[in-house]
Write a protein that binds this ligand. Structure first.
Ligand code: SF4
Length: 508
């Protein structure tokens, strides 16, 4: 049960009668998940630094109501703009439900001058906005912090909804479905050092482990890199966030010093893909630890792990090494473009054990194009071997392959739910005897839904709308029957995947 009022540090409440633009930042999932995302803190900081704008937050779950802001209980529909971040495809259901609960017409074509503009960004729509066009007035393709001020300027000075949307469509990276374009360019910022950075980040005043505690715990989020220098064939980030960019070491240290002065926490969570590729990560981690701060880093590439880095991370409180071999098969790993050898992986794990780590989190994918049962057996062998040689507790997160738009495997089909389950069983049976190993997996039905939403076209709007009425997996099934659209088969429809792709107007 959510508390009446969530206590937080660094929230900003303005007198809404004294600003021109009311912006509702909406995260279509839990408070905890939304607060873990850096984009919330970035946009909140930029928007509230403007004298003419008040930004307040809305979450689908866990706060008093999805239709009332956390800050001042401002009704959702009173905002001029509702900005949603869509990080996971299935959250579109939550987005539609939030609009509905808030009294905002769910369909873009039914909104009038008195309704907020619904703007959606995030990696999901940057890859393929088409399944979501029915519900959205404008998409932001690429990095939203680059254009957020232009968005607000257009809203503050636009005489009408139609005029504001016309202005949006002229801004780089904006895609207004009502004003089609032949191509839309993805926004990226090349120089991260030049971006404004949120130093006063919102922190919930809650006990560790509470439902409101962010995923990395109460910490200062430090974005070290954007994008990734690798481009594994299946990986969305490796394709739609390219090129890889990093902040300079001096800038990162400055951000830590100033951020800790403004955000009441004693831990720094470093954010970025393939962080270990950063020259100076070791220096940054050790320097941060020497300031008396805890440090956490996300998944590291096994070939970038060094003993001094791990020693500093252990001293700073990290005890779990997270790496993503993706598959135990060397050939398949090469085929997906991962470029890690067995030796890289084994050496990283041995180093972690020597340095005092006590657990290991390993990410694998099953159902990859070209995968055989022998490849799955190789994954089992790798998990068992790493658990045995390291003596650590191992959590193997084994998730179904999901074809994503704009990746090199965007046209590859996903195996059926039954086949994914069969392959998953091979892994579960193979590791069952080792009590140190736990296997966790995304429900293959969710993977099916995610795949359809990743590669689908605008005909899916009808399915989404019906599924949002019913909720849950059963809701998708009912929606499929009601609309007559074979939504759940989409990801394995190989013929369809040979046709022109719905997102072909997006160019990088
Ligand atoms: S899987 Fe990891 S290393 Fe490969 S492209 Fe994605 S983020 Fe980069």
């Amino acid at each position: 049960m959510a508390p009446e009022r969530l206590q937080e540090f660094n929230t900003i409440v303005k007198d809404s009668s004294k600003v021109d633009v009311l912006f509702g930042y909406c995260y279509p999932s839990t408070y905890r998940a939304g607060m873990t995302g850096l984009v919330l803190h970035i946009l909140y900081g930029i928007l509230n630094s403007r004298a003419d704008t008040s930004c307040e937050r809305y979450f689908r779950y866990d706060t008093k109501s999805p239709a009332l802001s956390v800050e001042s209980q401002r009704p959702l529909r009173e905002n001029h703009v509702l900005g949603f971040s869509l990080t996971y495809e299935e959250d579109i259901i939550n987005l539609v439900q939030m609009l509905d609960f808030g009294g905002v017409p769910v369909l873009a074509e039914e909104r009038t001058e008195n309704d907020p503009l619904v703007v959606v960004g995030g990696p999901v729509v940057t890859a393929n906005p088409e399944p979501f066009v029915d519900f959205v007035d404008s998409f932001v393709i690429g990095e939203g912090d680059l254009v957020i001020n232009e968005l607000v300027d257009a809203v503050a000075t636009g005489p009408s909804r139609r005029e504001v949307l016309a202005r949006f469509s002229e801004i780089s990276g904006f895609y207004v479905p009502a004003i089609p374009k032949t191509s839309v360019k993805r926004n990226i910022i090349l120089d991260l050092d030049s971006l404004d950075y949120p130093l006063s980040q919102i922190v919930p005043d809650v006990a560790e482990g509470s439902q409101f505690d962010p995923v990395f715990g109460k910490s200062f989020l430090l974005e070290v890199t954007r994008g990734c220098g690798h481009s594994c064939r299946f990986c969305l980030i490796g394709h739609v966030c390219q090129p890889r960019r990093t902040r300079s070491l001096s800038k990162l240290k400055e951000l830590v010093q100033n951020g800790i002065g403004n955000t009441p926490v004693s831990k720094v969570s470093m954010i970025g893909s393939s962080l270990g590729d950063l020259d100076g990560l070791e220096e940054l981690v050790c320097w941060t630890g020497n300031q008396g701060l805890g440090v956490s880093v996300p998944s590291l590439r096994a070939d970038s792990v060094t003993e001094p880095l791990l020693n500093c991370l252990v001293k700073s409180g990290q005890r779990t090494l997270t790496i993503a071999p993706e598959t135990g098969s060397t050939d398949l790993r090469r085929h997906i473009g991962k470029g890690l050898s067995d030796t890289d992986i084994e050496s990283a794990v041995e180093m972690a054990a020597r340095c005092g780590y006590n657990s290991l989190k390993l990410y694998f994918i099953i159902g990859l194009p070209g995968e055989t049962d022998d490849d799955i057996t190789a994954t089992v062998d790798m998990i068992v071997k790493l658990a045995k040689t390291s003596g650590m507790k191992v959590t193997a997160s084994v998730n179904p392959f999901i074809p994503k738009a704009q990746t090199r495997w965007e046209r590859e089909p996903q195996p059926s739910i039954g086949e994914i389950r069969r392959r998953l069983k091979i892994v579960e049976r193979g590791v069952k005897k080792d009590s140190r190993v736990t296997v966790e997996s995304l429900d293959p039905r969710s993977a099916r839904i995610q795949a359809a939403l990743s590669i689908g076209d605008r005909s899916l709007g009808k399915v989404i709308r019906a599924a949002a009425r019913y909720g849950g997996y059963g809701g998708w099934r009912r929606a499929e029957k009601e609309t007559g659209i074979s939504f759940l088969d989409l990801a394995s429809d190989t013929e369809r995947l040979q046709e022109d792709l719905p997102w072909s107007y997006l160019r990088n």
